[in-house]
Design a protein around this ligand. Structure first.
Ligand code: BG6
Length: 507
């Protein structure tokens, strides 16, 4: 299973450098290129996973030359390495690894809407290529059309031509279907790599190993033993400078049919027969297709107001840059969904995600059904809480389980304990900003961690009733730095349940 192996180990255990190819980045001047793609390529170079015959062609509309691109990206690499809040911070930049990347950078000025741009790309690219759309979503279809019409997606004998498409892939079911149909007119499904950066996280990938490489879990991982599942992605950051993107998008589109559904698939899909891309992706699609469309009454939208976040006063969403003062965009969403299959029928899955929440926590919590408690008739029911297993992805990677034991002493008194492990206690931390594995896998043609068309469409189909049937009401307010709106608590209280604490507590 190459994609769960840390980068350094990939080289050490004999994983070969990717085959020679050109990485063409549309949007070379953008934030994604600077913040994530360049640091990832640098880390791949450091791990010896890029081939000698590797080059990068950056395409963007601004003026520039190879040298200005090289100098600009060297500067941003240095800046990010010193910034403790960036995904890429390092004591220093290794000159050899960055030199490998720097010397291979080339620049092409071009308008994504003009055929001349693609002719110029054609002149520059010989052999295998990965075309990376690191651009705003409105250009995805345009770029794929441009590539197809210029003949750039034809795969000659022994070479490959692949396209990486960022999220958001569509803005609802109809537009996702349209985009899929449009790109598939230009090339085969196997040439498209729809990226979801959550799948680049090692802990997300390791959910498969945790579930399927341990005999302990599989027998109880089902409706007979599991009461409910809570999937949380809570962030402390606000919308930052991304108001322009976020206003028409909102928390539901930004996070749910993509990132949250990837977590859902990992925790709930059936075991695939192999780690072959199609085997894994078929199980995920099957799971996502079994989710019943979510009715608006099973969801709550929220929007943050001014408050205190991480010890400082922060403005409300409507006062953020590029946000309308009467905006109805949700910055928080909580919902309940059902999976109609033999394993999960009747088990509610609760999903919540929001910005400016009380803490940073991405996790999947599995709440088991209570034991038959006749034996403990005398014990206060509050002491007999069910077993909870939490798979935490951020900020710390790890797994913990809370369960009941006997408190030492003469009486049979029940106490709550927790066993926990952190990945960092067992495995060396490898430099990783999250895109390394995804870029490498795309170059070697392993699509396991990328979304197939049916997987994407199933995610949108599940949330579509929310997008089309939602009254355009103002979202419920919640103070920045809080756990979300009260209405989200009511959603679970209705079922006699409550959310687990964002700080890691179960109360
Ligand atoms: C992005 C969303 O895809 O994921 C952001 O557009 C969100 O709004 C981010 O903040 C969360 O990713 P992570 O890896 O920081 O949890």
């Amino acid at each position: 299973m190459p994609h769960t192996t840390p980068l350094k180990d990939k080289a050490a255990c004999g994983t070969k450098p990717a085959p020679p190819c050109t990485l063409v980045i549309f949007g070379a001047g953008g934030d994604l290129t600077k913040r994530l793609l360049m640091p990832s390529l640098y880390n791949l170079a450091g791990a010896g996973l890029l081939p000698e015959g590797f080059s990068i062609l950056g395409v963007d509309h601004g003026d520039g030359t190879d040298e200005t691109l090289r100098d600009g990206l060297t500067r941003t690499m240095e800046e990010f390495s010193k910034d403790p809040t960036s995904e890429f911070h390092a004591a220093s930049i290794d000159r050899k690894s960055w030199g490998f990347i720097r010397d291979r950078l080339h620049y092409l000025k071009g308008d994504f809407e003009k055929p001349e741009t693609f002719q110029a790309v054609k002149e520059a690219v010989k052999g295998s290529a990965v075309f990376y759309c690191a651009v705003a979503a409105r250009f995805f279809g345009t770029i794929v059309d441009g590539l197809g019409e210029a003949g750039l997606l034809k795969q000659e004998e022994g070479t490959f031509r692949r396209v990486v498409i960022e999220k958001p892939f569509g803005s609802d079911l109809a537009s996702a279907r349209e985009l899929n149909a449009r790109i598939l007119r230009q090339a085969d499904e196997s040439q498209f790599y729809r990226i979801d950066h959550f799948l680049g996280k090692d802990t997300v990938q390791s959910i498969m190993a945790f579930r399927f490489a341990n005999g302990l879990l599989e027998p109880v991982w089902r409706r007979e033993y599991i009461d409910s599942v809570q999937i949380t992605a809570a962030e402390t950051v606000g919308v930052e400078e991304r108001g322009g993107f976020y206003e028409p998008t909102g928390a539901l589109r930004d996070m749910v049919p993509n990132h949250m559904f990837q977590l859902l698939c990992m925790v709930a899909m059936e075991p695939p027969n192999s780690f072959e891309a199609e085997a894994v992706r078929s199980e995920k699609a099957k799971l996502a297709e079994a989710v019943t469309p979510i009715p608006p009454e099973d969801a709550v939208r929220g929007q943050y107001t001014a408050g205190t976040s991480e010890g400082r006063q922060v403005p409300g969403y409507r006062d953020e840059p590029h946000v309308a003062e009467d905006s109805r965009t949700e910055t928080y969403i909580a919902l309940k969904l059902h999976i109609e299959n033999w394993r999960w029928a009747g088990v509610p899955f609760y999903i919540r995600t929001g910005k400016r929440m009380t803490g940073r926590r991405t996790e999947i919590a599995v709440l088991f059904k209570p034991a038959p408690f006749k034996l403990f008739e005398e014990t206060p029911t509050d002491d007999l809480r069910p077993t909870v297993m939490r798979i935490t992805i951020d900020p710390e990677h790890g797994i913990s389980t809370e369960y009941n034991v006997k408190v030492p002493g003469p009486e049979m008194k029940i106490g709550r304990v927790r066993t926990a492990f952190k990945y960092s206690d067992f495995f060396a931390d490898t430099p990783n900003v999250g895109y390394e594995t995804l870029l490498y896998d795309c170059m070697i043609g392993d699509a396991t961690l990328f979304q197939r068309a049916d997987n994407i469409e199933a995610g949108w189909a599940a949330v579509d009733p929310l997008l089309s049937g939602w009254p355009q009401a103002t979202p419920a307010p919640y103070a920045a730095g809080s756990a979300g709106p009260k209405e989200a608590d009511d959603l679970l209280a209705r079922d006699g349940r409550h959310w687990l604490g964002i700080d890691g507590t179960t109360d």
